[in-house]
Design a protein around this ligand. Structure first.
Ligand code: ADP
Ligand code: GLC
Length: 497
């Protein structure tokens, strides 16, 4: 591989890092991992690191990259098919290595599931291949002449890479595994160990075995040289039984190699002063213009054009994690405030049905859009008054940061990254200028309702509300500080090799 092969002459501190991921904005996205996989490598590149992204060539990805060119071929391994590596050299971006294997990735549907929401039956092979290739590129057997010093894996889909590297002959790259969500672990039948070309002796309690199954995530937590997760709060929480999803023992055993690094946001993409996806641009100094976005949103979604009623919003995967069943439970009280509610999301069929039924019975007050719609997500951030994220747990969360930047104070539960990024509004925090949203503690519908009532009360006091909006908009959620911390970990890992 030729591009930037001699970059090392430019910056002696430059590190070569392969960022392996299963989704990346704007090519393929189901959640925050895609946003991180675009913005963090870009921030690392801006700090001078030589970073490349490895991403599966799903049908929708290849369709957006007609000019990528083949740079290598990968031979099959056991039942893992062979593949081609394509390079997409983006003018202003991080080089992208696309893993092309039509047998595994060329199909309609999502990256992990069919259109009907069922996991792909061959996910072990699909992400086994991704992990295997990440490891291969970090090993002496790599077909490329660019070799990373660190392979940075993300979530279970790439978490088998440290296991492959552990069993590969010769010296290989160091590995960092970032856990974006411990709830997804990539658990499969043990027979797949052989199908994936891993040695039989890896299947033990100090290997990839997890309660009689093969676990991709456990493998990564076991074999990665370092582990990180996406907020300091979540790094603490996952070492305890309540949020450790059965892996807290291993995580606390590895605590010296476990880092909690807060995600940042792409402040270029998410900027209400320039966002091309919103109607009326505004900044902290021109907040009155935000009202235009509320009008546009109400009109587009068929809600009553009310100025004097607060508009609450949700943009989310609809899963147990997000606590939206609590919201459904208290909607009669929410609507009686009075208030409007806009929801964009998809997932759990029961939640989808619940919000659709509510919108059907209150068409002027409630709108529910089921599906994934990036432009609408931006319009909601800009047009809503209050953003709702009542998560049961939340490793980091991106939307509460986007909403603060858009002057749309969030209501969040005090968990994980939500607790790390939102300062509760009360007389003391309003006085010291830190208040930026509403934080509740109890995991219950009633606690959420109390926070909603507090927010609705605060919204009616326009001077305090403006202060709250401005505090949130002034916060620095950029990637710079966190990208430096990742760089520090890479440097330490590379030096240990
Ligand atoms: P998670 O990754 O757990 O889903 P995050 O808050 O980290 O939660 O990130 C979610 C990301 O996905 C945000 O960028 C959010 O705007 C986006 N998102 C979630 N659901 C939708 C949807 N239905 N349409 C558009 N964007 C969505
Ligand atoms: C996961 C988490 C979310 C986090 C995102 C990006 O999907 O659920 O909290 O923000 O990953 O790290």
């Amino acid at each position: 591989m030729t591009p930037a092969a001699s970059d090392a002459t430019v910056n002696p501190d430059q590190l070569r890092v392969l960022f392996a991921t299963s989704e990346c904005t704007p090519l393929v996205k189901t959640g925050g991992l895609a946003d991180v996989s675009a913005a963090l490598p870009a921030a690392l590149g801006a700090l001078g690191q030589d970073i490349r992204i490895l991403l599966p060539g799903y049908r929708e990805v290849l369709a957006q990259l007609p000019h990528s060119r083949e740079i290598a071929r990968i031979a099959p391994l056991a039942e893992v098919p062979g593949a081609r590596l394509l390079l997409e050299q983006r003018a202003a971006g991080v080089p992208l290595i696309v893993l092309d294997c039509p047998e595994l990735y060329d199909r309609s549907g999502g990256p992990y599931q069919t259109d009907a929401g069922v996991d792909w039956p061959d996910n072990a092979l699909r992400f086994g291949l991704l992990s295997r290739v990440a490891a291969l590129l970090g090993s002496s057997g790599s077909p490329l002449d660019w070799q990373p010093q660190v392979v940075h894996c993300n979530d279970w889909q790439t978490a088998l890479a440290p296991a492959y590297l552990h069993y590969a002959p010769g010296a290989g790259a160091a590995t960092l595994l970032t856990v974006h969500n411990l709830a997804f672990q990539g658990i499969f039948e043990p027979g797949l160990v052989a199908a994936l070309g891993l040695p039989p002796d890896c299947y033990g309690t100090d290997g990839v075995e997890y309660y009689g199954k093969l676990s991709f995530l456990k493998a990564g937590l076991q074999f990665a040289d370092a582990i990180s997760t996406v907020s300091p709060g979540y790094a603490r929480e996952i070492q305890g039984a309540a949020l450790g999803f059965g892996l807290h023992g291993l995580l606390s055993w590895r605590k010296d190699a476990l880092y909690g690094i807060l995600n940042g946001i792409d402040t270029g993409l998410w900027n209400p002063a320039t966002d091309p996806l919103i109607e009326c641009h505004y900044s902290a100094d021109t907040l009155a213009a935000k009202a235009g976005n509320k009008r546009v949103l109400q009109r587009r979604l068929g809600l009553a054009s009310e100025r004097e009623v607060p508009l609450f919003a949700v943009v989310s995967r609809l899963t147990e994690q997000k606590g939206l069943d609590w919201l459904l439970e208290i909607t009669p009280q929410l609507l009686a405030l009075p208030a409007q509610l806009v929801l964009l999301g998809g997932g759990d069929p029961q939640l989808e049905r619940g919000f659709l039924a509510l919108a059907h019975s209150h068409p002027q007050q409630v709108s529910a859009t089921i599906g994934f719609d990036e432009p609408l997500a931006h319009m909601i951030e800009a047009g809503a008054d209050v953003f709702l994220m009542p998560s049961r747990f939340e490793p980091c969360g991106m939307n509460q940061m986007y909403s603060q930047r858009y002057g749309t104070p969030p209501i969040v539960r005090a968990t994980g990254g939500l607790a790390d990024t939102v300062v509760d509004c009360n007389p003391a925090t309003l006085a010291d200028g830190s208040a930026s949203g509403f934080v509740f503690h109890d995991p219950s519908a009633q606690a959420l309702l109390a926070a909603i009532e507090r927010a609705a009360g605060a919204w009616r006091d326009s001077a305090s509300w403006r202060a709250l909006q401005r505090n949130g908009m002034a916060r620095d959620f950029s990637w710079v500080a966190s990208a430096r911390r990742y760089t520090g970990i890479y440097a330490q890992l590379a030096a240990q090799r």
